[in-house]
Design a protein. Structure first.
Length: 371
């Protein structure tokens, strides 16, 4: 007879953990105590939870575990950015990035092993897709980073913001992402304000509406083009949910959150989407709802087929938006010396699609043609 598999406590939000404790005959407040040990003190050994009785510690050790992903690689950039490669099952791995700034520390978290959306300018997309991450594997990324950084939610807050902008499309892993974000925002978890947790999506309209019903996090949209023809080329999902439908969903999301704006991400690619007339088209879109634009200089990767817009071109594009009253920022490129910049994340994906092979074939053909 095989032993029952232990449950990973990182898979539960506060409500779920209280229900689990009730099932094993314990009071709900014991679950609260355990959450504090796990997320405030980064303890993963029940024996160290000294305000729990010996009998409870033994019971928990029999039925449960606290099992974050194992760290395969921990790299430091010259600019202070830090990237972890975290091992999952079967040889898969995902990347998590910490970006320190004078007034904040932002952690970029992955939601899937690879990504199924195939955006043309994203390194993750070239790896194909394997599976969704469990809630424990999502919140476990925050746990690993918080422990490594010495983060303490109510004393020394190294992590002030979390963005679901790593590998994968968060809304395609809806339930696990929502549960993990609940722990990020829980006072017994990482204690982040709603506005300091951001979910970034390529634009799955029905799931944006669903998110508005169950969560109160900030929303970011990977737009990258101001018209359907160009956006469909760059973000194939646009063929299913074109810009008009996407902006309508964003307007519905914003309507439920007064004084909240939607962030639109726009990766600047040379001679692709950086022309002045496209900036003027973008202005017309942004006037429809409370919005701010992040212009992201394209971060190259081998075989990308795109180049970064020149700084003066980006500045001119931003000027058109600002003069039209659209709040616009240029994202500073961080961590590119360790391939940790936006669009460069690339873990280890046992691809269940044909995309890795197709991408390698394109590179080989381009190399042969150049020779």
């Amino acid at each position: 007879m095989t032993a029952a598999r232990k449950v990973n406590l990182l898979d539960f939000d506060r409500e779920g953990l209280r229900m689990l404790f009730a099932q094993i005959g314990e009071k709900p407040f014991r679950a609260d105590q355990v959450m504090k040990w796990v997320y405030h003190r980064h303890v993963d050994d029940f024996e160290q939870m000294t305000d729990l009785g010996k009998a409870l510690r033994n019971k928990l050790a029999d039925v449960a575990e606290i099992a974050p992903a194992r760290t395969l690689l921990d790299r430091h950039s010259a600019d202070g950015t830090r990237k972890w490669l975290l091992g999952m099952d079967g040889g898969n791995a995902v990347e998590t990035v910490y970006i320190p700034e004078p007034t904040r520390g932002t952690l970029c978290v992955s939601s899937q092993v690879g990504c199924g959306l195939n955006c043309r300018f994203c390194s993750t997309a070239t790896q194909g897709f394997n599976r969704n991450l469990a809630a424990s594997e999502i919140i476990g990324q925050v746990w690993v980073a918080a422990k490594a950084l010495g983060n303490q939610p109510h004393q020394l807050r190294r992590i002030t913001n979390v963005v679901m902008m790593g590998m994968g499309e968060p809304l395609l892993n809806f339930d696990n992402v929502v549960r993990a974000m609940s722990v990020m925002r829980d006072d017994l978890g990482f204690g982040l304000a709603n506005k300091r947790v951001t979910l970034s999506t390529a634009g799955l309209v029905p799931l944006i509406d669903r998110l508005s019903e169950v969560s109160d996090v900030s929303l970011a949209v990977s737009l990258h083009a101001p018209n359907d023809e160009l956006r469909t080329e760059l973000v194939p999902l646009n063929k299913r949910y074109p810009i008009a439908e996407l902006l309508a969903a964003c307007a519905r999301y914003a309507a439920k959150r007064p004084r909240t704006s939607i962030t639109f991400e726009y990766t600047m690619m040379k001679d692709v989407n950086d022309r002045p007339e496209l900036a003027r088209q973008l202005v017309r879109l942004m006037r429809r709802l409370p919005a701010k634009v992040n212009l992201i200089p394209f971060n190259p990767f081998p075989g990308a087929g795109y180049q970064r817009s020149e700084p003066e071109v980006i500045a001119a594009f931003q000027k058109i938006l600002l003069e039209a009253g659209v709040m616009t920022m240029v994202r500073r490129t961080r961590g590119d010396d360790i391939d940790a910049a936006c669009g460069q994340l690339k873990g280890q994906v046992l691809d269940r699609t044909r995309r890795q092979a197709e991408f390698r074939k394109r590179i080989e053909e381009a190399t042969a043609h150049a020779a």
